[in-house]
Design a protein around this ligand. Structure first.
Ligand SMILES: Cc1cc2nc3c(=O)[nH]c(=O)nc-3n(C[C@H](O)[C@H](O)[C@H](O)COP(=O)(O)OP(=O)(O)OC[C@H]3O[C@@H](n4cnc5c(N)ncnc54)[C@H](O)[C@@H]3O)c2cc1C
Length: 736
């Protein structure tokens, strides 16, 4: 039986930073800020105003003091984390959002502003703005610069459609032999950090025939012209971040174009369009947003257990030792089962988010190697690189084919050569990252917001008050913002509908199915079997939809048909989250025994977490089955439309069986509809009620998946029982 909630040591193994002491320290310092100043400010009603108040401003100082302002900075510019920082930033966001995601956003907005410079800026830009953003040493008396990222514009311009740029740049002055000076006109909508930003990275388009295309440009508050921070957005969420609608009309040197520019035939050509910059930025930063919502889900577990257990204590005749005193609302199965669902979702979402962050940590250096390789080969960005990568993708597919070939039959020298090629490693990982990032953002925030509502409801009336332990009501609303900013769900589904059909991704996905099958046969009762079948069903459905047409002859899987591709993107996200949850628990089971503190928890913790996996895979398989069945059948003509005009929903022998359960139903059914006779022949006017032509493999998978659910409710019962025994601290650790 589970004794305590998973502790930091177990978490560090699950989320794979047990060997990173720097990250473990970072978690502690982030937690200190979150459960200290942030929690106190929320408890004191700091969220009741959308103005940026001095009290909110003090949080920035707390971030500086705890080192959180410097996490995303390279070491040479004042940072302290060596190498890629995606996992580090994800952990900070997770810890802060455990208490308040607005505070987390205040911290992250700075890195979002710096991200275009970090990812695509020139060396000089990177050095200048990163140094300026680093808090000074003690006694230096220097305030670090804060930034804002301005893409979204007032309606009718940029929102989901990032190409509809209203912001413009023109050449204000260009003297012979001098650097051109640009005039930037940009209005922003909902720009985070705008209340105090010292610089802004803004997306603009050319309004001058001597500038080609679009770019992102850096604006500073002291640039000549108008730097108007605008009015605060009257938002209902994330009140501990500053969001405004700024207006800029500024003159800046052309050297502020992010990534620099070249001059061709008297025209300024930015080295990166705004689209290229934001693609590089969002694919990383969206992962952290997904983790903010998953933190909320896991943060709800302890307050809910405490509330349920203590619900009737203190009442007359409710004596210690009695079930009402000891268990309170936990006597009710529904309360327990729903909390198990919330917990399982939180585990899956967090596992998925941290896996994505780790993938980006591995991808970052490979991406730089790729850029260096292409620069050396003279392959420029855009189409030429795209073509070159397509050739490498073929090698990557060959590598995957070799890797699943039994060693005896493998072409070893070719396999070894492909395996050690960093470009192949890049292509493999890039295709996975392109799926994981939108899946995290989509599923963690979108589905997470729905599950957060469940958490609120389990707290009864308190759930929707400011006094709710764990601030669950605030968190529910905040989750909706996380589903919206940095691209709402439609953006993530749109991206997934492209990236999930990539051949290299699908080849890896096929290997994952085989691994999950293997796991299922080794370890029954983990949900792996259910998941493997759901994974197969998803792949079958994708391949079917890519070939199939609707009754009008139009292809089903195409970009304009979001009704087809979007649900399939949702289904894949369910799968990816459940898969990563299982893999993480297996990691804990494998490496936990070598960790003295964790080892003693394992006999109770691993079975419990496995039960959560089983619960989650059953739910995921249910979603996959529902979505795929809907898509596979939903676009077919009904056989009755071309046949007798009527169909039968009853088969005679089934009806006889039903009659035993519901006496009288057979006669009623025969009265109202035609019944298919036992030998399958139809009465004159009835046809079959489903069009199953060519769907036998799908039907088999569907039946298999239903059977795979065997035992999943027993797992839920066990997990529910564990909730009634697990020890929790006397009081919540915040606010203090
Ligand atoms: C508190 C807050 C902070 C923010 N911070 C920043 C920031 O710092 N910097 C910044 O640049 N922006 C910021 N934003 C803006 C945010 O990123 C946008 O609001 C978001 O990207 C959606 O744009 P929109 O509001 O214009 O929605 P719209 O573009 O109007 O879309 C509305 C809805 O229509 C549907 N839809 C739209 N287009 C499509 C499509 N092609 N296919 C299918 N469905 C579609 C979707 O359901 C979508 O959710 C912030 C927003 C808020 C609320």
């Amino acid at each position: 039986m589970l004794r305590t909630l998973p502790d930091d040591d177990a978490r560090a193994i699950l989320w794979r930073f047990a060997d990173r002491y720097d990250l473990q320290m970072l978690v502690q310092s982030s937690r200190g800020v979150a459960r200290g100043p942030v929690a106190r400010l929320v408890a004191q009603g700091g969220r009741n105003s959308h103005e940026w108040t001095p009290e909110k401003g003090e949080l920035l100082t707390a971030f500086d003091a705890a080192g959180l302002t410097a996490v995303g900075l390279d070491v040479e510019y004042g940072g302290f984390i060596e190498g890629p920082k995606n996992l580090a930033l994800a952990l900070v966001a997770f810890e802060l959002a455990w208490v308040d995601a607005g505070a987390a956003t205040s911290n992250l907005a700075n890195f979002l502003a710096l991200a275009p410079i970090h990812e695509r800026g020139t060396d000089e830009q990177r050095a200048y703005y990163m140094r300026a953003s680093a808090p000074g040493d003690a006694g230096e008396g220097r305030e670090p610069w804060r930034g804002a990222f301005a893409l979204t514009e007032p309606i009718p311009y940029v929102g989901v459609e990032t190409g509809l740029l209203g912001g413009k740049m023109r050449i204000a002055a260009w003297e012979e032999g001098q650097e051109p000076v640009l005039h930037i006109e940009k209005r922003g909508r909902f720009i985070t950090g705008m209340g105090f930003a010292d610089f802004v990275t803004a997306a603009v388009d050319s309004a001058d025939e001597r500038i080609k295309g679009s770019c992102m440009v850096i604006l500073e508050k002291t640039d000549p012209g108008i730097f108007d921070r605008g009015v605060p957005a009257r938002k209902l969420v994330h009140q501990l971040s500053s969001t405004r609608d700024p207006v800029f009309s500024l003159r800046v040197p052309a050297s502020r174009i992010i990534g620099g520019y070249t001059i061709r035939d008297g025209t300024i050509v930015p080295n990166y369009s705004h689209g290229e910059v934001i693609e590089a930025v969002f694919r990383r930063t969206r992962v952290t947003v997904g983790l903010m919502t998953s933190a909320k889900l896991l943060s709800a577990v302890e307050p809910l257990i405490r509330y349920h257990r203590g619900r009737f204590r203190g009442g007359e005749d409710i004596q210690p030792g009695s079930p009402r005193f000891e268990l309170g609302l936990q006597q009710k199965e529904d309360v327990l089962h729903r909390l198990v669902d919330i917990w399982a979702t939180g585990e899956a979402a967090t596992s998925l988010g941290f896996e994505a962050a780790r993938v980006f940590d591995e991808l970052d250096p490979l991406e730089r190697q790729k850029d260096a390789y292409f620069a050396e080969q003279g392959v420029s960005s855009g189409r030429p690189q795209f073509r070159a990568l397509a050739t490498i993708a073929k090698d990557a597919l060959e590598f995957l084919a070799e890797s699943v070939t039994p060693e005896r039959q493998r072409n070893v020298s070719r396999y070894d050569a492909l395996k050690s090629d960093p470009m192949i490693r890049f292509v493999l990982l890039d295709s996975v990252a392109n799926v994981l990032c939108p899946a995290v953002k989509l599923w963690n925030t979108g589905h997470g917001a729905n599950v957060m509502r469940e958490a609120v409801s389990l707290m009864g009336g308190y759930g929707i008050t400011e006094d709710c332990p764990g601030f669950l009501g605030h968190k529910w609303m905040d989750a909706q913002l996380e589903a919206t900013y940095e691209g709402p769900e439609a953006v993530q589904r749109r991206q997934l509908s492209i990236s999930m059909t990539n051949d290299v991704f699908l080849a890896q996905y096929t290997v994952w199915i085989a691994q999950m099958r293997q796991l299922a046969s080794d370890r029954a009762g983990t949900g792996a079997c259910t998941l493997a079948t759901a994974m197969q069903m998803w792949l079958w459905t994708l391949q079917y939809l890519q070939q199939a047409t609707d009754p009008g002859g139009a292809r089903l899987y195409q970009s304009s048909r979001q009704g087809v591709s979007f649900p399939l993107a949702d289904a894949l996200s369910w799968i990816l989250a459940a898969r990563q949850q299982i893999l993480d628990v297996l990691e804990l089971e494998k490496t936990g025994p070598s960790h003295p503190v964790v080892a003693e928890q394992l006999p109770t913790l691993v079975p419990f977490l496995m039960d959560l996996c089983h619960v989650q895979t059953a739910r995921a398989a249910g979603e996959v089955g529902r979505l795929c069945t809907d898509l596979v059948f939903g676009y077919r003509r009904h056989p009755a439309w071309d046949g007798p005009g009527r169909s039968s929903c009853y088969v005679a022998n089934e009806l006889d069986a039903l009659e035993e359960v519901i006496p009288g139903i057979a006669a009623t059914a025969r009265f109202y509809s035609d019944v298919i006779e036992i030998d399958g022949t139809h009465p004159p006017k009835a046809g079959p009620c489903a069009n199953t032509d060519g769907l036998e493999p799908f039907l088999r998978l569907r039946a298999k998946m239903d059977g795979c659910l065997t035992g999943s409710r027993l797992a839920k019962d066990r997990a529910a029982d564990a909730l009634t025994h697990v020890m929790i601290p006397e009081a919540l650790g915040y606010p203090l």
